[in-house]
Design a protein around this ligand. Structure first.
Ligand SMILES: Cc1ncc(COP(=O)(O)O)c(C=O)c1O
Length: 390
């Protein structure tokens, strides 16, 4: 199953080559890519079957429902059976091969089919508007350091279900999530700000979803995970590239019709305004990060730092470490010195927690964390004071 994610086609040549070598059926999920092209060919007939979605947030829709295309008469017949109670009609149709001929009631109504037919006629125009809007944003936002627009591969047509940008936190100097919140806050209309068409990341890597993490799917006994020949592992880090992209990606849907180039200009203004005020954002971001961390530490201390909260302490330490890794903050040496000092303290706590058995008494933890609390507090206050004086 190949997913043409966000509206750009996947590398079909390579996928089909592997599939043919191993005699695999290729099903393309083009739910996000109706009208997209791969090397000059429109999606819908490259693999064995292609599925399209007509649910309410797709390029065109009928409320719910979808379409499957195929060049194979056999697959077409099977799809028609599965759609319509499967085995209940095989006798009437004279079907002999019952493999996978179970069925459902997936019949669209004639009303939604009529809406779908009318929508299909509008698809080219709707795609043109989307692509024009998306190109406008790509061209303007690529000028901002640390923002990289999507690449459209040679011979391909991207139909922008989602327009994703890669965000380089080291270049921009602000964590991605704070940046996204800041852009959303600069959008012109209250409803845009309340339900912004910009978001941090897109979807969790599938294997990090609770079903895989807890290995509970069908029934409560762990099927199908228990049916595997050996142990099944879905730990974080399984697909490092996917995870890294998910951490750096900014998703947007500003390009959706009926939005126009005027609306896109508002989006560009929101981005530009945030860029013009990056140092203030950095300061607020530091302050919030610091407050959040202090709050966690306080809770930790108030709870008496029992053993089971060791993990929380380590998370707090790691949050500090992230805060301290902002090489590009361009802070003056004095403030940077505080950072390194704090880094030293945090690492000491982390080392200490790793070498010390979790049986340690709560008072040891409390004492140590109280010291850290004091150090970090003074560091954060110094930074805030520095910026306020500035
Ligand atoms: C890539 C992809 N595949 C499948 C689906 C599911 O489509 P439907 O809700 O029509 O079953 C979606 C819908 O969001 C999708 O984005």
């Amino acid at each position: 199953m190949v997913v043409h994610i966000m509206g750009h086609p996947a590398e079909m040549d390579e996928i089909l080559k592997i599939a043919r070598e191993h005699q695999l059926v290729v099903i393309e999920d083009a739910a996000q890519a109706p009208g997209a092209y791969y090397k000059g060919r429109i999606l819908g007939g490259l693999g064995d079957m292609t599925v399209f979605s007509l649910n309410y947030h797709k390029h065109i829709h009928t409320g719910e429902g979808g379409v499957v295309t195929t060049n194979s008469d056999d697959f077409a017949e099977r799809l028609q059976l599965i759609r319509n109670h499967g085995e209940a009609v095989v006798r009437d149709k004279g079907v002999k091969n019952l493999v996978n001929t179970f069925g459902f009631n997936l019949r669209p109504t004639e009303i939604s089919a009529a809406i779908g037919t009318a929508q299909l006629a509008k698809l080219p125009r709707l795609l043109d508007r989307r692509i024009e809007n998306a190109n406008f944003l790509n061209d303007r936002l690529r000028e901002l350091p640390g923002i990289r627009p999507p690449v459209v591969k040679e011979g391909c047509k991207h139909v922008y279900y989602v327009q994703a940008f890669m965000f380089d936190e080291k270049v921009v100097g602000v964590p991605r999530d704070r940046f996204v919140d800041a852009v959303a806050a600069e959008l012109p209309l209250p409803e845009d700000r309340q339900w912004p068409l910009i978001f941090s990341g897109y979807a969790d890597p599938l294997y990090l979803l609770p079903m895989y993490q807890q290995k509970v799917a069908c029934g409560s006994q762990g099927f199908p995970f228990t049916a595997a020949a050996g142990p099944v592992n879905y730990g974080a880090g399984l697909c490092p590239v996917t995870e890294s992209i998910e951490r750096r990606l900014i998703g947007t849907e500003f390009m959706r019709p009926p939005c126009t180039l005027d609306d896109m200009a508002d989006v560009v203004s929101a981005f530009t305004k945030v860029y013009e005020n990056l140092s203030e954002l950095t300061r607020n971001s530091l302050r919030q990060e610091g407050m959040h961390t202090m709050e966690n530490l306080r809770k930790y201390l108030a709870a008496g730092a029992p053993d089971e909260q060791l993990a929380t302490a380590i998370t707090i330490g790691k949050n500090y470490a992230t805060l301290l890794s902002h090489e590009d903050l361009k802070l003056p040496d004095a403030v940077r010195g505080f950072f390194y000092f704090s880094d030293f303290v945090v690492n000491s706590v982390l080392n200490w927690s790793e070498i010390t058995p979790t049986r340690n008494s709560a008072s040891d933890w409390s004492h140590l964390l109280r010291q850290v609390n004091t150090y970090i507090n003074s560091i954060l206050i110094s930074i805030i004071e520095y910026y306020e004086a500035e």
